[in-house]
Design a binder for this molecule. Structure first.
Ligand SMILES: *[C@@H]1O[C@H](CO)[C@@H](O)[C@H](O)[C@H]1NC(C)=O
Ligand SMILES: *[C@@H]1O[C@H](CO)[C@@H](O)[C@H](O)[C@H]1NC(C)=O
Ligand SMILES: *[C@@H]1O[C@H](CO)[C@@H](O)[C@H](O)[C@H]1NC(C)=O
Ligand SMILES: *[C@@H]1O[C@H](CO)[C@@H](O)[C@H](O)[C@H]1NC(C)=O
Ligand SMILES: *[C@@H]1O[C@H](CO)[C@@H](O)[C@H](O)[C@H]1NC(C)=O
Ligand SMILES: *[C@@H]1O[C@H](CO)[C@@H](O)[C@H](O)[C@H]1NC(C)=O
Ligand SMILES: *[C@@H]1O[C@H](CO)[C@@H](O)[C@H](O)[C@H]1NC(C)=O
Ligand SMILES: *[C@@H]1O[C@H](CO)[C@@H](O)[C@H](O)[C@H]1NC(C)=O
Ligand SMILES: *[C@@H]1O[C@H](CO)[C@@H](O)[C@H](O)[C@H]1NC(C)=O
Length: 606
């Protein structure tokens, strides 16, 4: 693997080459704006071949219940040239489809499935009821359920098979050394930001070794790629996800006091910090006093259809006029996947048209909140190992970012932080943008409240009171939790869906403020969320990826795939919230659907 520096140089060379190529061929092709060319390196031969299989399967079986991801998760039973030859030899119809029986015959003989790449193993540190498990959960029904949720770690623990480690070129699953907890269902590989809430749950379950192994795997990814991938697949190598590794390290350290882990993590985190604060991720904004501020944005190094959604992305892009527009749209799709919020009207110029995604021209509140936290975490961890110069450097970095967030995102009157939209027509690398308050996106998204999670904000009583009030009157808090937005767009990161990590960050931010009122609001949110998880579990016998917060006991829908169960981060959040707030013997765990005039359920006493 090339080092991160050499990749940057390589990309620069590629960039120059592309410019040169554009000049030479400008007669015959559309000239894309220079902003369309971030560093893009071709994908692995196996991914390209599997995409090919995916397209053929789509033509053969049709769009009904078609999940393109299944095909890029396949592995080979023989070497690539052999399998490719066999596939190319299948008889084709005019539109390129093959017969169902030919396809299935090929499949059985030449391909292995995801399950063949993974061993289902028992986590080494699992016990049915760990000592000191959820001491404040007294209600017998809730306690039994919490133990069931705890036991689901066994359903979700996997070890990457030795076959993947020996022949990585035959698998899109990436070789990871330590056992992993997967989210579940179609997500049979490790995901970056999911891992944070999985780890929070593992810590409640006292599974410290498994939690530490998850962290070490992600540190290894930074060693190989320079950053943590979106997920542990060969087709996720050109984008990351909300950067929460430092948060994982801090939480594991708090439980284990493992200084060796901190020593391993620190250089990796500094490298990751650099990834998010240089090149295409770096945005500089000059305020009205002439001071400049550095903030960060999501920006995938990719401008093709996402391999795991190749057929869908190609289809969506069909309405676009030319190849340049398509390239830019593919980059926006991949960059939106990097945000973790895929998809949402938050990133769209036109809420009913996905091709208007504009993620790379948005400076997001939540990303910068996570990076601010990363800076505080690195500073803390550097102190743990006695590295005072890095501690100081990152304290300074956190102070600069805090100032930048105050100026660019904060709206004092509304009590919210708003995403900042860059002027797209002047959005080139190395441009210094002039701050203009009218570029703040005044739309209501739950991300407008996420900075509350970070100590530099939740330690400020005035800010906490203002933001808590703003949240309470926003209409986002519904009978079964906090909604992602108020726009019912059929995108999965919009109304009426609520997501576990969001409930948790907001509740934890409120609790960490130390204010009694804030804690009581946090508990109210937690109780709503736990009730809906409990009710849905009782009726569906499963934990879900997302929930419909307008309807207690109902899981969520929308988006580009069918609803998923399992589910790593939902399990983690239920356990973490139960640990924080407990559950009294006389508190009903059942849905309270008698919704008052304000759309809120009954408020729960602190
Ligand atoms: C994606 O970007 C990385 C550099 O960060 C590069 O190593 C890789 O080859 C690129 N392309 C793919 C498909 O992985
Ligand atoms: C391709 O052709 C086959 C057989 O002629 C037909 O069954 C299938 O629906 C076609 N697929 C598409 C996407 O047009
Ligand atoms: C395919 O999977 C089976 C187990 O399900 C395994 O025995 C076999 O070795 C795998 N083939 C390859 C080439 O990895
Ligand atoms: C922004 O980044 C540049 C390059 O690292 C640095 O020189 C400058 O001081 C930074 N500005 C602020 C306000 O931190
Ligand atoms: C938004 O997109 C929809 C669907 O493509 C379209 O009908 C509508 O005209 C668009 N609105 C604007 C303001 O462009
Ligand atoms: C956006 O940038 C373009 C090109 O630099 C400029 O002409 C235009 O006035 C800018 N628009 C806004 C709203 O700042
Ligand atoms: C970010 O971009 C600005 C403007 O081009 C530049 O001055 C600064 O050095 C960059 N910062 C980093 C850390 O690359
Ligand atoms: C959201 O819109 C869909 C149709 O577009 C509708 O079926 C559904 O009831 C709406 N959900 C809510 C909670 O309003
Ligand atoms: C978890 O695994 C156990 C044992 O295999 C099984 O009985 C149970 O149904 C699984 N639970 C879920 C929610 O998949």
């Amino acid at each position: 693997m090339p080092s991160f520096q050499s990749i940057t140089i390589l990309n620069f060379t590629l960039f120059v080459f592309l410019i040169a190529a554009m000049v030479v061929t400008s007669e015959s092709v559309h000239i894309c704006k220079p902003t369309d060319h971030g560093p893009v390196v071709p994908t692995t031969p196996l991914v390209i071949f599997l995409q090919n299989i995916q397209e053929t399967a789509f033509k053969t079986f049709g769009p009904l219940n078609f999940d393109p991801k299944i095909y890029v998760d396949l592995s080979l039973k023989f070497d690539l040239p052999t399998v490719k030859q066999a596939f190319n030899d299948l008889p084709r119809t005019e539109n390129g489809s093959v017969s169902g029986s030919d396809f299935n015959g090929f499949f059985t003989k030449f391909m292995n499935r995801t399950q063949d790449d993974l061993e289902v193993i028992d986590p080494v540190d699992f016990v049915a009821e760990p000592g000191g498990f959820l001491p404040k959960v007294v209600h017998p029904g809730v306690r039994n359920w919490a133990l069931e949720v705890h036991s689901l770690w066994k359903n979700l623990t996997r070890k990457v098979s030795d076959r993947v480690l020996e022949n990585p070129e035959m698998h899109t699953l990436l070789p990871l050394k330590y056992p992993v907890i997967i989210p579940g269902s179609r997500f049979q590989e490790v995901y970056y930001w999911d891992s944070y809430w999985i780890i929070r749950g593992l810590l409640v379950s006292k599974m410290y070794d498994t939690a530490k192994g998850m962290v070490l795997n992600l540190i290894d990814l930074i060693g190989t790629y320079g950053y943590v991938l979106n997920g542990a697949r060969a087709y996720y190598t050109n984008r990351s996800q909300p950067p929460l590794l430092s948060s994982m390290v801090i939480e594991v350290y708090k439980c284990t006091k493992d200084v060796d882990l901190v020593k391993k993590a620190l250089p990796a985190l500094i490298k990751e910090h650099n990834f998010w604060n240089s090149g295409v991720h770096n945005v500089t904004i000059k305020d009205s006093h002439g001071s400049t501020h550095n903030l960060s944005r999501y920006y995938a190094m990719w401008n093709h259809p996402r391999p795991e959604s190749f057929t869908i992305d190609t289809e969506t892009a069909n309405k676009l006029e030319n190849d340049c527009e398509k390239e830019q749209f593919y980059r926006e799709l991949a960059s939106t996947a990097e945000t973790g919020w895929d998809f949402s009207t938050r990133w769209m110029k036109n809420a009913s048209d996905l091709t208007t995604l504009s993620t790379t021209t948005i400076v997001p509140v939540d990303l910068n909140a996570y990076l601010l936290k990363m800076e505080l975490d690195i500073s803390f961890l550097a102190n743990v190992v006695g590295d005072s110069s890095h501690a100081l450097l990152f304290t300074r970095a956190s102070e600069s970012r805090k100032r930048a967030m105050d100026i660019v995102f904060w709206d004092e009157e509304k009590g919210q932080w708003f995403d900042y939209w860059l002027n797209a027509s002047s959005n080139h690398k190395d441009v210094i943008h002039k701050f203009d308050a009218s570029n703040q996106n005044q739309g209501l998204f739950v991300s407008n409240f996420i900075p509350l999670w970070v100590q530099l904000f939740n330690s400020d009583e005035t800010v906490v009171n203002k933001v808590a009030q703003s949240l309470e009157s926003s209409g986002l808090i519904r009978v079964a939790g906090i909604a992602t937005s108020l726009t019912n767009s059929s995108q999965q990161w919009d109304f009426p869906n609520g997501w576990a990590p969001i409930q948790h960050m907001i509740a934890e931010g409120l609790v960490r403020s130390g204010s009694k009122e804030a804690r009581s609001l946090a508990k109210d949110i937690a109780v709503r969320w736990i009730r809906t998880n409990y009710a849905a579990y009782k009726t569906s016998k499963a934990m879900h990826e997302k929930y419909d917060v307008s309807n207690c006991g109902q899981f969520g829908g929308g988006g580009e795939y069918v609803p998923q169960t399992g589910f790593g981060w939902s399990n983690g959040v239920v356990l973490a919230l139960l640990e924080e707030f407990g559950w009294a013997e006389d508190l009903s765990p059942y849905c309270q659907q008698s919704v008052g005039d304000n759309g809120l359920g009954p408020v729960v006493g602190g």
